[in-house]
Design a protein around this ligand. Sequence first.
Ligand code: KIV
Length: 284
Amino acid sequence: MDKVTLQQLQAMKERGEPISMLTAYDYPSGLLADQSGVDMILVGDSLGMVVHGFESTLPVTMDMMVLHIQAVRRGVKRAFLVGDMPFMSYQASRDEALRNAGRLLKEGNADAIKLEGGIHMAETVHDMVQIGIAVMGHIGLTPQSVSAFGGFKVQGKSIEAARKLIEDAKAIEQAGAFSMVIEGVPAKLAALITRMVNIPTIGIGAGGGTDGQVLVMHDILGMFDRFTPKFVKQYAKIGEAIQNVFTTFHQEVRSGAFPAPEHEFGISDAVLNEILTEIGDTAH
Ligand code: KIV
């Protein structure tokens, strides 16, 4: 199957065909996500929480992102691969932002980068797009600002907040982003923004009126132990299944049930007897 392109994603919006995106963090999850047929794969900085166990995404570094994107890339041949810019890799200066975005493409071999923020990030997005970097915006409940928001709270509920969100979306579009994530926003507001912009919007906790949907892999698999947000649909309880396998392995090692004869390698009696004689072991 051919690689998904920016032009195809744009055409999907124009045809009203929903776009699917999943996160992945390593080679096997990248491979499985790619083979599932999803249109886009995001190596999100959510890996700080679901893979590394941090309390937020803030401790994630550029080196961590590059390493995870490289691993995912080895499994992804078809889907459009987006690498997330971690906290403080693009906020301090435009030069640093460009260099770091370049690293995700050059070292990670991502197809595009994603960064959080609206109006205040528009110039940075513009500069990246000018030098040929495909940029995905991310507005609404942007997890890197979780402390400033006072927690993981739905955004855009007041008149001023809704206006600000619309301005953010327009600014990101005008700056040249090819798409944007809208996170933690009332469904009707996200649908309105989707109608107001000409690039694909990908929602997470933003209802069914966006052009596409993204969810975190560990959430839909039931593999994140701490909490499951209201907007997540948990399709399986893989965490429980893994726990049962680990417990059974542990019990079988203790009881001697594992390994069984079918897991062992054989040796000929002639070789073994020769060795036993050599070492003077007559007990066997
Ligand atoms: O980091 C991430 O996984 C994300 C998605 C939740 C959109 O930004």
